[in-house]
Write a protein that binds this ligand. Structure first.
Ligand SMILES: [Zn+2]
Ligand SMILES: [Zn+2]
Length: 73
């Protein structure tokens, strides 16, 4: 069985994440899987000295456009 993110084999002695969508991924590939497959909405910004989140204007990604890597064989 291979990781759906990186394509490398899942090893029996390593932690494997089984996503609710059915994908099996390495623990270190998990965030990539979530970002690429499930595309959660998020805001890009920074935290000021008061600990308040300040979203950056024009960088709010409501519709995350992930560059699709097209492999041409
Ligand atoms: Zn992987
Ligand atoms: Zn998933």
């Amino acid at each position: 069985m291979n990781c759906t993110v990186c394509g490398n084999p899942l090893l029996f002695d390593r932690v494997v994440f089984h996503c609710s969508c059915g994908a099996f991924v390495h623990a270190h590939c998990w965030d990539k899987h979530v970002l690429q497959t499930h595309k959660p909405t998020f805001e890009v910004g920074s935290v000021d000295l008061n600990g308040e989140f300040k979203p950056r204007e024009n960088e709010t990604e409501e519709q995350t456009q992930v560059k699709q890597v097209t492999t041409s064989n």
